[in-house]
Design a protein around this ligand. Sequence first.
Ligand code: MN
Length: 731
Amino acid sequence: MIRQFELVERVADYDSHLDEDLLNRAYVFSMKAHGSQLRASGDPYFSHPVEVAAILADYKLDCATIVTALLHDTVEDTVATIEEIREIFGEDIGRLVDGVTKLAKLELQPEANQQAENFRKLVLAMSDDIRVLLVKLADRLHNMRTLKHLKSKDKRLRIATETMEIYAPLAERLGMQRLKQELEDLAFAEQNPDARQSVLRRLEFLHEGGEDLQERVSAELEKTCEASGIPAEVGSRTKTPYSIWHKMQRNHVTFEQLSDTVAFRLIVDTVADCYAVLGVVHGRYKMVPGRFKDYISTPKSNNYQSLHTTVIGPENRRIEIQIKTSMMHRVAELGVAAHWQYKQDVSSGELGNDGGQYRWLQGLLDILENTQNPEEFLEHTKLEMYSDQVFCFTPRGGVIALPRGGTAVDFAYALHTDVGHTCVGCKVNGRVAPLRTPLQNGDQVEILRSTKAAPEPSWESFVVTGKARAAIRRFVRAEQREEYRKLGRAIADKAFRESGHEFSDLAMENVLNVFDAPTVDEVYVELGQGHLTSRQFLAKIFPGEGRWRAANAFGAINRMLPARLRRGNGEHRASDQNRAEHAIPIQGLTPGLAVHYGECCHPLPGDRIVGIASPGKGIDIHTIDCAQLADLPDDRDDWIDVRWDLDPNDPGVYVGRIDTVVSNQPGSLSSLSSVIAKNMGNISNLKVTDRSADFFDLQVDVEVADLKHLTNIIAALRATPDISSAERLRG
Ligand code: MN
């Protein structure tokens, strides 16, 4: 384990602005926080954050990154809190540590493998500062290096898979070739140890008796460059077992056919020299056709630049040669981190403390934005790319991507249309939350369902995905049509009876031809919607006889109702018994569909009611003494006689409106609400309509089961000392 002073020295070596005190305090804080905790290897736990910091120091990253590395597991694994870290180390470090802590909570579940791409996007979206991701990658590298100490084979495999699927590709996107290859090879060793061993054996065989082959080829290449007058530094590197294996698999070639188990590189000063050296190499050795690639004029999407060629080289061996400048080499090995170093070199001394440490990030984004190859997806490297999306988890670890602002209802429909149709609530991160809550990155969402549930029309106003919106609309339409159909059938039934005919669906089938409709149901829907009145309906079926009788039947009701209104009370005669039998039963239908309860009079079960057909919208229900009825003409034939028909076991919820005057003094509003609550009412709305020094005039909407329930509440309010009056409010 690297010691405190060594780490500080190493960082001070490349960072002239280093805050040594900050680094020392972080070292001590982390050591104390982890205390006597041990790793699976038996090492003190504290060795882990220190090694992670050392890895990042190799990449010459800034002090904040190194400090974050030292602290990265303190919030997750010790009693230290993020508030504490913020207080001691400042807002900036606090934010970075918080970011790494959040990433630590992500775990790719085995069944979610096919969602790796979404998962990678999630990691990127959560790393709004690229240093968070760099610490995470270094953390993963050290964990992979020490993976063998974990006892559980399942756990080792899960971590290896996650590394292969998520973190190695992320390292590649950041251009960190060296880190990516080490991660992959460590994961490969866990996933397929036999394959890796066989590749290693073949590599040994290849080098057997010719250990200096690499050197001989290097020496000859060096001589060739020298002779041409272009100074080049020659290097070589054996590929990792995994990258060899991967290439064999991908290209369906045998080990012997691979020309590039060893890659030679020629590092030169300028881009012009790259092409000049390429000419020299191609002039001296035979080039293998189809293997030349110019990544300088067209860099890879992660900004990798180099010339690649394969030639029949010294000793008649096929060798791969990469030609690049030293800056290109640095970028290829270190990726984003190299860029930071470069900016650091440029900025030292000149730019002082003007936030120079962030310039590299801007620079990176500039480069990414100006990448010359539009056919490559920029999203592979651009961090901000996913800011318009949120990524959430199912309880089993699946990842669901939603547009920003997506709600639990969107989430439910994204899982399956049936899940959406039956959802009644949700838990976000284990807590019950409203279905309309916009979800955040990384939220774990559990959808609560009920088989009796149905989508609510109001959901359409807050969902953001097209899928959810279309499914809700489709469902509501179908449901609405079914209600219109039921209502229309009831109206048809009543019209038949009142004109002295026996009603049945079969009878309707027999007269379908008089209607301009394909099915009987279609006729019912027309009736239910009010596009077809009962009178028109009867006139079509019984053209000779019906007119006066139908008019008479409805006229009787119509004449009766305004008369009642003139009398100004709701009492009715016993002869209405007959009427009630013919009345259309109104069930507790889904509000807002075929039946609407008047906002003017708020009808409650127990009230005498009447329905007014409103074409295209079904029927509006009013209390029989509603003032609005007085404005309607007497002789309309769209008055519909209706009665309540409720399931006593499931009475439903209706809104009654109360007008009350409450004395303006402490506690009076709370006694109002507690009286209503004690009587099992639920206040759904409350409005102050007038306010004086002594009294409030309040309009209170209360959810109740029926008229009796509301009457009880009003009586209880009247009995309350602070309340000077309470009346049911209508119109
Ligand atoms: Mn860690």
